[in-house]
Design a protein around this ligand. Structure first.
Ligand code: 6R9
Length: 648
C-alpha cells in the first residue's frame, strides 16, 4: 500500500476557501443537520420563488423518492448567464480552443446570452417547449454549450449523446426519450480526422418509425457536403438568421428535469439518468467552487467531452453558475503534437486543469520532455476523474505536470451522483496518491459487506451512500422501478454505487473499481451486457461473455469470449470482423481489445456463466480460480486457459 502523504502546501492553504478546520466544521454540520446546511447553501443560486422546503428524501426500503428545494422556482440558464450580465457581461465565459491550434474563440457572458437566446428561439420556432426532450449530437464546439443552455432556457430537457456513439446507439437514445428534435453538425473534427455526425443522424433516423423526428438542426463545422432533407433538416446559421437574440427564460420548479444522460449499467440497455434543476445546480456549482478552489478570474479547463456527465457538471453548469471562464477543447491530447495539453495551458494561462488518468498514462509513455518544454506556471490545481488513478500516474502528474506545486484533487463520482462526492479540497486535505480521500459536505459514505452489514474503521467492501445530496439523480427516465431496483435494492435503504472501496485508518477512501458487470475503459463506462448482446447479434456467434482486464493505458480493456455457431471456424479474419461489428454497432469505445474463441463457456449446472472464472483468466491469474466445483463441465476451463489471449 502506498503510504506517502503530501501535506497541504502553505500556498494552497493561504488562498483556499476551505481549510482543514472549516472542512471539519462544515462537514460535521452538514451531517448533523443536512436540512439547515442545505437551506443555507441552496441560496448560492438565484431563485424566482425562494424555497421553503429543503430536503424531502427517502431511500426506502420500499418507496424511494428524492426532492430538494421542491417549492422553489428557478432556471439554470438564468443562473449560468443572465445573473452574471450586470457584473461581468464583458468577462469571457467560454474560451473555445479548436482541434487546429490556429482556431480559438472567446465568448463573453453577453455574447453567450445572445447566442443562447438565438438558439432558444430557433428551437421555440420548431415547437420546443417546457418538458420536451431534445437530443444533442454535437462535437466539442461552442454550439454544444449554446444548445444545452438554450434547452435549459426553455425548460426543455436535453439529452446529449456522445459523438463517438454509432447510429444504432443514437437511435436507441432518441427513441428512449421520444425526442422530436435533434441538433447535430455536418461533421466533427478530432485530431485532424472528420467524424460524419450528420450522416450518423440520418442513419439513426432511418432505423426509427417514420414520425419519430420532426426536425434536425445542422451546425456547420467543417462545411463538408451532407444530405439535407428539405422538410426535416435546416442549417443552424440559416435558422438563426431568422430570429432575434432575446428570449425570455421559462420559470421552472426546482424538480423540473434539466437533462437526461444515458449511461451503461450492469444489465440491459443504457438507462436515461434524470437530473433536475435546483438541487443539481446548487451541488454542481458548490463542488466546482470548493473542490477546485475556484476564485474569480481563474481560467478553468476540464478536458472531458460534453457527451459525458463530467462535461455537463464541470465544463458547463458548475463553472458557468459560478461566473467562471471555462475552456472547451475540441481536440485530443496528442494532436498536432504530444505537448498539446500543455501548449493550451500556456496559451490561455490555465489555472485549474481537470482530466482523466487514461490521458495522463498515455502521455507518460512519451516521457517528460514534451511536458517540460512548456511553462505551465499558471497552473495551480490539478484534477483527476473517471477511474482510479494509479499511484505511478499520480506521481507523474504531480511531479512532471504540476512541478510539485499543485495539489491533485482525485474526484470520485458518477453520472448518477451529478457532482463530486469523494475528493480532497486543495487547501484542506493532505493527499495520498491513489486515494480520493474524504467525502464532500453532506455526503455520507458507508462501506458494507455482502450482507449489508456496515463495516467500521479500516475495512474493504461495497461503497454505498446513506443519505441524499442535492445533486443526486432522481429517477430513470420512464422507469422509476428500474431506478429503485438498480440502486436501492442490493443494499436496501442505501444508494449503492456499484464500486468497491477500501477505507484506511485515517478514514480515507480508496476506490478499487466496479464490483458489478460494468467495465471502465479509458474512463468510459461500458456494460458487459451491451457488448455481449452486440456480439451475439452477429450471425456466426452463438454465445459471448465479456469481462474487463487490466490495460496499461486504458485502465481496463475489453476481453470477449466468443463461442461460434456450429460449423463456423475461428480465424483472425473473423476476429477482426467481430471487432468491426461491435465498433459499428455501439461505437469505437466498445471495441473488444481481445477476443478468445471458446468452444464452451464455464457454466454452473443451472446454466449461469461463471464470470469470476472468466475474469481471472482474462487477468492472467488463472492459478487462483477459486472454487470450480459447481461447474457443469470443469474441462472447458483448461481449454480457456490454454488459449487465453493475454500471455505476456
Ligand atoms: C464522473 C464519472 C462512474 C464510475 C464510477 C467509478 C469510476 C470515477 C473515479 C472513479 C476511482 C475516481 N470513477 N471517478 N474511480 N476514482 N476518482 O466518471 O462518471 O462515467 O458515470 O463513471 O467511474 O467506477 O462508478 P461515470
Amino acid at each position: 500500500m502506498n503510504q506517502r502523504v503530501v501535506d497541504v502546501s502553505q500556498d494552497a492553504r493561504a488562498r483556499a476557501h476551505i481549510d482543514e478546520a472549516k472542512y471539519q466544521a462544515w462537514y460535521e454540520a452538514s451531517i448533523r443537520d443536512p436540512e439547515a446546511f442545505w437551506r443555507e447553501h441552496g441560496k448560492r443560486i438565484d431563485w424566482f420563488t425562494p424555497y421553503a422546503k429543503v430536503k424531502e428524501t427517502t431511500f426506502g426500503p420500499g418507496d424511494v423518492s428524492i426532492k430538494w428545494f421542491s417549492d422553489g422556482v428557478t432556471n439554470a440558464a438564468h443562473n449560468c448567464i443572465d445573473r452574471h450580465l450586470a457584473a461581468r457581461g464583458n468577462q469571457v465565459a467560454i474560451i473555445w480552443e479548436g482541434d487546429d491550434p490556429s482556431e480559438s474563440r472567446h465568448i463573453t457572458y453577453r455574447e453567450l446570452h445572445a447566442e443562447v437566446c438565438r438558439m432558444a428561439n430557433v428551437l421555440r420556432n420548431r415547437g420546443v417547449s417546457k418538458g420536451d426532450r431534445v437530443t444533442i449530437y454535437l462535437p466539442m464546439i461552442p454550439e454544444a454549450a449554446f444548445a444545452m443552455l438554450a434547452c435549459a432556457r426553455l425548460g426543455a430537457i436535453h439529452s446529449v449523446v456522445f459523438g463517438g456513439f454509432s447510429p444504432d446507439s443514437l437511435a436507441g437514445r432518441i427513441q428512449g426519450c421520444d425526442s422530436k428534435l435533434v441538433i447535430t453538425a455536418d461533421e466533427g473534427l478530432r485530431g485532424g480526422r472528420k467524424v460524419p455526425l450528420k450522416a450518423n443522424v440520418d442513419a439513426a433516423i432511418q432505423r426509427l418509425p417514420a414520425d419519430s423526428v420532426d426536425h434536425v438542426i445542422v451546425v456547420r463545422r467543417t462545411g463538408g457536403a451532407v444530405e439535407m432533407d428539405p422538410v426535416r433538416d435546416v442549417y443552424y446559421d440559416a435558422a438563426a438568421a431568422q430570429v432575434t437574440d432575446e428570449c425570455p427564460v421559462t420559470h421552472v420548479e426546482a424538480e423540473h428535469p434539466l437533462f437526461l444522460l444515458y449511461t451503461s449499467g450492469s444489465t440491459g440497455q443504457p438507462k436515461g439518468v434524470v437530473h433536475t434543476t435546483g438541487g443539481y445546480l446548487v451541488y454542481a456549482s458548490m463542488t466546482h467552487q470548493y473542490v477546485f478552489d475556484y476564485h474569480e478570474g481563474d481560467i478553468y479547463w476540464c478536458t472531458a467531452d460534453v457527451g459525458w456527465v463530467t462535461g455537463h457538471s464541470y465544463i458547463l453548469y458548475g463553472p458557468l453558475a459560478n461566473g467562471a471562464t471555462t475552456l472547451m477543447f475540441e481536440g485530443i491530447p496528442t494532436y498536432p503534437s504530444i505537448s498539446r495539453f500543455w501548449e493550451v495551458v500556456d496559451k490561455h494561462k490555465v489555472n485549474i486543469f481537470y482530466t482523466a488518468p487514461t490521458a495522463i498514462r498515455s502521455l507518460m509513455g512519451a516521457g517528460e520532455e514534451p511536458v517540460k518544454k512548456t511553462s505551465r506556471k499558471s497552473l495551480r490545481v490539478l484534477g483527476s476523474v473517471g477511474e482510479p488513478i494509479n499511484p505511478e500516474a499520480w506521481e507523474w502528474y504531480y511531479r512532471v505536470v504540476g512541478d510539485q506545486r499543485c495539489p491533485i484533487v482525485d474526484t470520485w463520482w458518477q453520472t448518477e451522483t451529478g457532482g463530486i462526492l469523494i475528493t480532497p479540497l486543495p487547501g484542506a486535505t493532505p493527499l495520498k496518491p491513489g486515494s480520493a480521500t474524504r467525502p464532500f459536505f453532506g455526503v455520507k459514505p458507508v462501506v458494507v459487506d455482502s450482507d449489508n452489514k456496515v463495516l467500521d474503521g479500516a475495512c474493504e467492501g461495497n461503497l454505498c451512500i446513506d443519505d441524499s445530496w442535492p445533486g443526486q439523480m432522481r429517477t430513470v427516465w420512464g422507469d422509476h422501478e428500474r431506478f429503485v431496483q438498480t440502486y436501492f435494492s442490493t443494499f436496501p435503504g442505501r444508494y449503492f454505487s456499484g464500486d468497491g472501496c477500501r477505507r484506511d485508518a485515517d478514514g480515507y477512501y480508496w476506490i478499487t473499481g466496479r464490483v458489478d458487470d460494468v467495465i471502465n475503459v479509458s474512463g468510459h463506462r461500458m456494460g458487459t451486457a451491451e457488448v455481449e448482446s452486440s456480439l451475439v447479434a452477429h450471425p456466426k456467434v452463438s454465445e459471448a461473455a465479456v469481462v474487463g482486464y487490466p490495460h496499461d493505458i486504458k485502465g481496463q480493456g475489453i476481453y470477449a469470449y466468443v463461442t461460434l455457431m456450429q460449423g463456423e471456424e475461428p480465424s483472425d479474419a473473423l476476429r477482426k470482423e467481430l471487432v468491426a461489428w461491435v465498433r459499428k454497432d455501439i461505437g469505437p469505445i466498445a471495441s473488444p481489445d481481445l477476443i478468445q474463441f471458446a468452444p464452451g463457456l464455464p457454466k454452473t449446472r443451472s446454466g449461469k456463466i461463471m464470470r469470476r472464472i472468466l475474469r481471472k483468466i482474462a487477468e492472467d491469474e488463472f492459478s487462483s480460480l477459486g472454487d470450480t466445483s459447481t461447474l457443469a463441465e470443469p474441462a472447458v476451463v483448461d481449454d480457456l486457459i490454454e488459449n487465453r489471449q493475454n500471455r505476456t
